[in-house]
Design a protein around this ligand. Structure first.
Ligand SMILES: C[S@@+](CC[C@H](N)C(=O)[O-])C[C@H]1O[C@@H](n2cnc3c(N)ncnc32)[C@H](O)[C@@H]1O
Length: 249
């Protein structure tokens, strides 16, 4: 089954494609205090909810990048509806290939829940730091281990133990690069249940409505396996947080 089709179906009910919440996104955006005409970059912006909210609240310009054609389509439609005057461009491309016109030029750089693009949390912070102006802000969303993962969980999910660190380690990684931690927004169980549950819900509904789709059996097999994995292990083991840093020099 085509990757982007799978994610489009499983995230049909999501406004944000992460275990955060709209309240947490808004809480963070309220704290940004961006100046007029600030330049914003979001890598893997999904359906664009974060950057569009930023554009609604502050008179910013910016770029959103995502590899999924479905996400870019949804983000463009949402921008046209909610902030048509905003100078925001959405690009369908690999975030790893995005090159800004000028290094260290963005007032805010963001990547919420797609650190694999830059080979992990450290690589993501390094890539965003290189594109952020001195004094600018960097926001990343990243999982962390809440408790030591069960070996069976790692095996079933296909995760290496070192794929994620602890919450504190995620902070230290930024600090060791000279970034200053300003804030953390930590997702709770309810946020996780909503994020995971909406995927099961959307997939089961899609399967019921499209029995003729040859991808349905694979879709259900994958989503039901994810559901089991989450309920058996992930719910107690995996955390998620957004980390807001300032680049000081
Ligand atoms: C977990 S979702 C997060 C979406 C968004 N940040 C949000 O909070 O709603 C991951 C996103 O990464 C995008 N993505 C995956 N690989 C990518 C890549 N190599 N370059 C750019 N975007 C990518 C997916 O299409 C998806 O929108």
């Amino acid at each position: 089954m085509e990757t982007w089709k799978f994610f489009d179906i499983t995230h049909k009910e999501h406004i944000i494609c992460n275990p955060a919440s709209l309240e947490k996104y808004q809480h963070l955006i309220d704290l940004l205090h961006l100046p007029p005409n600030a330049n914003v970059l979001e890598i893997a912006m999904g359906k664009g909810e974060f950057i569009i909210r930023v554009a609604e609240q502050y008179a910013v310009k910016g770029v959103g990048v995502d590899l999924s054609p479905y996400c870019v389509r949804d983000a463009r439609a949402k921008l046209a509806e909610r902030a048509p005057q905003a100078n925001i461009t959405f690009l369908q491309m690999d975030g790893a290939d995005y090159q800004p016109d000028k290094a260290e030029s963005f007032d805010l750089t963001v990547c919420l829940g797609a650190s694999w693009i830059f080979d992990g949390h450290k690589g993501t912070l390094a890539a965003l730091k290189a594109m952020t102006r001195p004094g600018g802000l960097i926001a990343v969303g990243e999982p962390y281990w809440q408790q030591e993962p069960d070996p069976d969980y790692l095996k079933t999910a296909g995760f290496e133990r070192d794929l994620f660190g602890s919450h504190y380690k995620n902070v230290l990684t930024g600090q060791e690069m000279g970034l200053v931690l300003l804030y953390t927004l930590v997702s709770n169980r309810d946020d996780w249940d909503v994020y995971e549950g909406r995927q099961w819900f959307a997939a089961e509904n899609y399967a019921q409505a499209h029995p003729e789709d040859p991808d349905v059996s694979e879709l259900l097999e994958r989503v039901r396996a994810q559901k089991k994995e989450y309920l058996q292990w992930g719910r107690d083991t995996l955390g998620w947080a957004i980390y807001l840093f300032r680049k000081v020099d």
